[in-house]
Write a protein that binds this ligand. Sequence first.
Ligand SMILES: [Fe+2]
Length: 198
Amino acid sequence: MNATAFDIATLVAELRAARAAARAETDMLARARLLAHRAATLRHAWLRPEMCLPDAEQGFGICVLHEEPDHQLAVFVASWLPNRGTSPHDHGTWAVVAGLDGQERNSFWRRLDDRSRPGYAEIAKVGERTFGPGDVLAMPAGAIHSVWNDTDRIAVSLHIYGRHVNYTLRSRFDPVSRSEAPYRLATVEAAALSAGQS
Ligand SMILES: [Fe+2]
């Protein structure tokens, strides 16, 4: 396939085929990692400036490129403002992130408490990694990470989830107050963006 033949519809078709063939989450993550890497490598064929608009209130923009009618196989472009990011969070599903432009620092956290107290959570940072264009991060369901853009320019990444994260039971965590709370993203639909350009 040449670069000009690649688009998000191609990626979605490949993700559907991968899901049908995958025997377990680890298998799906391995397959999605390869597909995300190729989509990142071929980003100039499909990535548009209107997909990369940060949300000043949230600190980052989420452009939804695809989700199935039952919210599975969600594909987002995330655009991170300088010196902004997210608090630690999980996804409630598997997740694969591929760098498209700029640098993002990921911190990885481990849950320490026994989850017996609603709203209470202890987490500890266990690792950190900064990644850029073409780098891919694969996370199983239950992984906790936070993201920060340390640079002075917008960072952009491709995110693929087993299910749209606003439709999973997932949390954001505050390691200082030792709390967890439901976490929903403000999103923009790619279809709405193109419709607004008429
Ligand atoms: Fe995340």
